[in-house]
Design a protein around this ligand. Structure first.
Ligand SMILES: Cc1ncc(COP(=O)(O)O)c(C=O)c1O
Length: 397
């Protein structure tokens, strides 16, 4: 019988990857598509990091690494958490994985039982609800729309908690919205979590360094929260290392042990050469991070300014990451004469097919009123993409 497992049938394919694929197909046919659908820096990995990887190959770092990652890399991560976040962890409280994606999935698989609930603020990163379903858990979506800058309040969190709640997944700076929770906002959420025994927070901090409002704040910093927090982070976004596949968790030792057990049966330790590259990323000069951050900030200012000039779009000013998530629902029900736009997926498809700009509809992120554009691309691409979007949307009546 050609039937996939029930577990797999519960999963939805990644909408962001689907959009990227469609735009690649159009490009292959010779259409000049500008791709604003991808979630990765357009920069190359800095040279000193590449050199460390080459050295690792020459020095024969070619064998299985320890399941939780090399000790030297875990020490570098412990030092990073202390120096950058003022958080005290030991190497036994750190586990390195194949990208932050595996770190999130490990954590969910390690903590969530069948039927337990995981609170996910919407808009959310597409993989969170799918991972929760894969673990047999139930995603509980709490809506935080454009009007509240896409951030949930402590009251909303409290109202979503039931005896079955196991975890909150919080992403700040956020994909897809670019919103950043302030220290005070995080403190408010932490108070709610602490009131509920057995409740944890998975803090996805992968966009930590792409922050335009100052120092990154972690929810693990508040008294009593380190025990309740699983910090997820990695080198993908800050060091332009998406393809190297190195992420980590910092968490209570019993959770790290659980994830270690899972990882030991599933993938083993991550790529040895990538780990040496990640160690260089964390221990050598951090100038590259600031250079890229400044480029993203300039592009943020540019895309916000241009998007604000497009009639019908409502635009906020994201404080981090490299995404803009404008509200586009004023176009629903409108038509260009041949097709009618009924939702954000229709709008993204219309912009791709008619305007040759790839974006992603907000439906995929749990917010049907908005759509996502990644500005991790050149200033020229941003200018031309926004010109095309303005022209294409103007045809809708
Ligand atoms: C919010 C969020 N978390 C985690 C990841 C995964 O990062 P990695 O490439 O390190 O697996 C991404 C990547 O797009 C992301 O946007």
């Amino acid at each position: 019988m050609a039937e996939l497992s029930n577990r797999l049938n519960r999963l939805a394919p990644s909408a962001t990857l689907a959009m990227s694929q469609k735009s690649s197909e159009m490009k292959a046919q010779g259409v000049d598509v500008i791709n604003l659908s991808v979630g990765e820096p357009d920069f190359n990995t800095p040279d000193h990091i590449k050199e460390a990887a080459k050295k690792a190959i020459d020095e024969n770092f070619s064998r299985y690494s320890p399941v939780p990652g090399y000790m030297d890399l875990r020490k570098a991560i412990v030092a990073k958490l202390k120096n950058e976040n003022n958080l005290e962890y030991t190497t036994n409280e750190v586990l390195v994985s194949n990208g932050a994606k595996q770190s999130v999935c490990n954590t969910v698989m390690a903590l969530v039982n069948d039927g337990e609930e995981v609170i996910i603020p919407a808009p959310y990163w597409v993989s969170y609800p799918q991972m929760v379903k894969l673990a047999g858990g139930t995603p509980v979506i709490v809506n935080a729309g454009f009007e509240q800058d896409f951030k949930i309040t402590p009251e909303q969190l409290e109202a979503a908690i039931t005896p079955k709640t196991r975890m909150l997944i919080l992403c700040s700076p956020s994909n897809p919205t670019g919103s950043v929770y302030s220290k005070e906002e995080l403190a408010g959420l932490a108070e709610v979590i602490k009131r509920h025994e057995g409740m944890y927070v998975l803090a996805d901090e992968i966009y930590e360094h792409i922050n335009y409002i100052g120092r990154h704040e972690s929810i693990a910093q508040f008294p009593g929260m380190k025990e309740r927090s699983i910090i997820v982070n990695g080198v993908s976004k800050a060091y332009a290392m998406t393809g190297w596949r190195i992420g980590f968790i910092a968490a209570p030792e019993w959770i790290v042990k659980g994830c270690n057990k899972l990882q030991g049966q599933y993938t083993s330790g991550p790529c040895s050469v990538s780990q040496k590259a990640a160690e260089a990323a964390y221990t050598m000069s951090q100038d590259c991070v600031e250079t890229m951050r400044q480029a993203f900030e300039r592009r943020r200012d540019l895309i916000v300014e241009l998007a604000k000039q497009i009639p019908g779009l409502e635009v906020n000013k994201p404080e981090g990451a490299f995404y803009l998530f404008p509200k586009c629902s004023s176009f629903y029900g409108k038509t260009d004469g041949t097709r009618t736009i009924n939702n954000s997926t229709d709008l993204a498809m219309y912009l791709l097919e008619e305007g040759h700009v790839a974006t992603v509809g907000g439906d995929a992120f749990g917010d049907p009123e908005c759509f996502r554009m990644s500005y991790a691309t050149s200033d020229d691409n941003i200018r031309e993409a926004m010109r095309r979007i303005k022209e294409t949307l103007a045809k809708l009546q």
